[in-house]
Design a protein around this ligand. Sequence first.
Ligand code: C2O
Ligand code: CU
Ligand code: CU
Length: 502
Amino acid sequence: MKNNTISRRSFLNSLGTAGAALSFLSLTDALPPLKKINSFFTGKDPDLEFLVRAKPDTAAIFKGPETKVWRYEGEIIRGPKDALRIIPGSFLGPIIHARRGQAVRIHFINQLPESSIIHWHGLHVPEMADGHPRLAVNTNNTYVYDFTIKDRAGMYWYHPHPHGRTALQVYMGLAGLLIVSDEEEDQLALPSREFDIPLVIQDRVFDENNQFEYDSEEVRGYGAIGDQFLVNGAPNYELPAATRPYRLRVLNGSNARIYTLAWSDGSPLTVIGTDGGLLENPVKRDYLVLSPAERVDLWVDFSKYEIGAQLQLLDLDPYDLNFAEGKKIISININKKENVDSSVPQNLSALHLNSEMEAVNQKNPKIFQLSMGAGMMGLINGRSFDMHAITTDEQVKLGDLEVWQFENLTTNGEMSLPHPMHIHGLQFQILQRQSDPKFQKINALINKGQVDEGWHDTVLVMPGEKVKILMKFTDYDGLYLYHCHNLEHEDMGMMRNYRVVS
Ligand code: C2O
Ligand code: CU
Ligand code: CU
């Protein structure tokens, strides 16, 4: 770590205790001249500046006792008032709306009883803005992020990333969306405002007093699976809708559960975007497999339904794909007549796929083997997470294209688990999937519900599967992470650093 970084952090740490108690106006008065302290600051005045505070609170999720949660709350310091949008009644953090090209500064104030740090999932940001666990700050301390939004229009998200406590902190409620728009997207005139609906799907276990239940011993292994679905923090989510097209942006914000989403009337799902923004052209799937941290941007036209009709978004069992037994996640109630032109644009986006891609595709990939060791230790190539370590394979050159292959070849019983693999700091392309014949049947079913087109930051690697991805390391050098986004697996060590060197 560079010296200026340390002085920056300790300065802020001493500021934090006092700063936390102040209103945001006096906090901004107390802010030091950032650019002089750390070269990581862009040096320009941000277009958008806000505070995000993480703190314990309660939320009225069910009738009766309120649920103890941890939540993010935000406050705008500079920029348009609607840059932060609260989901009414939800424990989720405010939805951050930003434009591509905007300079953003965020003051994270940790008022949790333990250390934490925010990670901006999916964004291409400098090392010091990526939220690596070594940057976690203690209770009542502050961490300042400074970066420019370079990413394509799309839905990204933010969540905690402290060492060994990510799963619990997310489970307690800490997560929020970050929606980026840009000019290319503006031109498509996709459904907007109240017709553009972000949907965060999560699952939780509640006790009889409406409190989250998280038994850290019990969730080792598969990961935390809840029997109660929440959408944007609410149970039994209902969406009143008009007979017109909508854009539904879905995040699987669950710790470990993989969803198989389908419309209850068997209509195919029309997908216009993935983790890293819009696809080149829309694609259709009969069902969609969405693993933790993955996003899918759906275009749906309700004009074929009658007033009074009810449509549900279901979670199916991928083994039998039985709609009658699908579990309801969202009910859509058609309650208003509207006539709007309703065709999905066929040309959505230029993907800017790399022309060097074909050549690179022929090269031997770097292999990353995923496994569970003794005591349910998560391993990548036999190693578990180490705060600072990198191997030669984990060192990459700035500007290089690389092909990585994740291999999930543990085939003995309870150790063979799906791993949604995530890489920080960039978006990648999925080149190829191969399955061990023993798992061919289920993996073929899963693959039919996946959208491998477009840009991704998370890819599900099923037992018996090998998945090849292509990425380019641009703009920033430094230490980043790649890990399983089953958050219990991440905390169990299935995470490693990679370093971009210039
Ligand atoms: Cu959303 Cu390191 O992860
Ligand atoms: Cu991430
Ligand atoms: Cu995993």
